[in-house]
Write a protein that binds this ligand. Structure first.
Ligand SMILES: [Zn+2]
Length: 83
């Protein structure tokens, strides 16, 4: 496996309460920072239902800057390209 940190273009958080998806208020420059952040107990507030969400691998996804197509999603059961 290639475990070198990769540049991240954007991070999205999915609210576990209302399933709303929103851009992460915390920016992660690369996958190493993302990994650290997902284990650091960060929280973010859902802009829709205003609940605090614990940021972890299950409810956060990222898009790699170097990817020609969206990808790099972590966690499971995270539908993409569906309204
Ligand atoms: Zn919510």
């Amino acid at each position: 496996m290639d475990d070198k940190p990769k540049k991240i273009k954007e991070v999205t958080i999915k609210c576990g309460y209302c399933s709303h998806r929103f851009p992460s208020p915390i920016f992660f420059g690369n996958t190493a920072a993302f990994d650290t952040a997902t284990t650091a107990g960060n929280t973010a507030q859902c802009p829709k239902c205003h609940r605090m969400i614990h940021c972890n691998r299950e409810n956060m996804t990222y898009v790699l800057a170097d990817d020609e197509k969206p990808g790099g999603f972590v966690g499971s059961d995270f539908p993409d390209n569906e309204a």
